[in-house]
Design a protein around this ligand. Structure first.
Ligand code: PMP
Length: 300
């Protein structure tokens, strides 16, 4: 597979309120964010011309910035509008959307009171997070080397760049060893999430998922819980210890990029993606495109 670096592409990036040619959307090497990790971002998907849960993602972006003690110099409405506009400007109707806000180069020290917040939105085509061939039998997870920090030790509710450092190390290890992703524990030893998605388990037709006490309460996670309950499936948010994993029959992960992806293995344990998992894969796929059907109904 040829990899086209992200700085060697064409298109338009929204930067601080205006569109700039893709290749000109640069920042200085002495930007505070690069040295001290002060950046927050979002990952969204546009399906058939509409960004799914756009307002919720934008709200989280602003909340993440607030948790990192900086303000985004735009309104949520302006960012919502700019996100949709960036897709249109690039001629895309099905794509991944990446807004990011970071501290600029005005001050390069731990203290950052003088920095200005910069904001960019880029969009690109990104079909599936995991290899489609693996989807039916489920992706393979190993155990991550690092645990999620507790909420007392980091702003864990923020989608903050710095918090991904341990995710990248764990995901790299996983891929190097032939796995698709790594499952992280929290500091008390309970199951938390993978490096970029939340996790669910199935036992006797019911769903179980860890309580998001020290990791993102993902928008996909909340959506899937809502869809499952509507389908009459009980969902329990609870502490799940690694020793309990053998009592579950199915497992899947959820996130904007991963959508609903079946899991086939966690370390030495195997899971068999079944009816309930695939029903939720379909329900989520329908839900994110529901507006298209609505429009068809209106025009029919
Ligand atoms: N956890 C992590 C670490 C993530 O990166 C993501 C993806 N943003 C999620 C969970 C799922 O969040 P969402 O469903 O809002 O995309």
């Amino acid at each position: 597979m040829t990899i086209v670096p992200f700085d060697d592409r064409d298109g338009w990036i929204w930067l601080d309120g205006q569109f700039v040619p893709w290749r000109d959307a640069n920042l200085h090497v002495l930007s505070h964010a690069l040295h001290y990790g002060a950046a927050v971002f979002e990952g969204e998907r546009m399906y058939d011309g509409r960004i799914f849960a756009l307002e919720a993602h934008t709200r989280r972006l602003f909340r993440s910035a607030e948790l990192l003690d900086f303000a985004i110099p735009f309104t949520e409405d302006e960012i919502n509008h700019a996100s949709a506009e960036t897709c249109a400007k690039n001629g895309l109707r099905n794509c991944y959307v990446r807004p990011i806000a970071w501290r600029g180069p005005e001050q390069l020290s731990v203290s950052a009171l003088q920095t200005r917040t910069r904001v960019a939105i880029a969009v690109w085509e990104w079909p599936k997070y995991f290899d489609a061939a693996k989807f039916q039998r489920g992706v393979r997870l190993c155990w991550a080397k690092y645990r999620r920090p507790p909420a007392e030790a980091a702003p864990t509710a923020a989608k903050a760049a710095g918090l991904y450092m341990i995710c990248t190390i764990s995901k790299n290890d996983a891929e190097r060893n032939g796995y698709d992703d790594a499952l992280m524990l929290d500091c008390s030893g309970a199951i938390a999430e993978t490096t970029g998605a939340n996790i669910f388990f199935v036992r006797d037709g019911q769903l179980y998922t860890p309580e998001p006490t020290c990791f993102l309460d993902g928008i996909t996670r909340q959506t899937v819980i809502g869809l499952a309950r509507k389908m009459g499936i009980a969902v329990t948010e609870t502490r799940i210890e690694p020793g309990m994993l053998s009592t579950f029959s199915e497992c899947f992960i959820v996130g904007t990029a991963a959508e609903v992806t079946p899991v086939g293995e966690i370390g030495v344990l195997t899971f068999h993606p079944g009816r309930l998992t695939f029903d939720l894969v379909d329900a989520y796929a329908d839900h994110v495109r529901a507006h298209v059907k609505d429009r068809r109904l209106v025009t029919a």
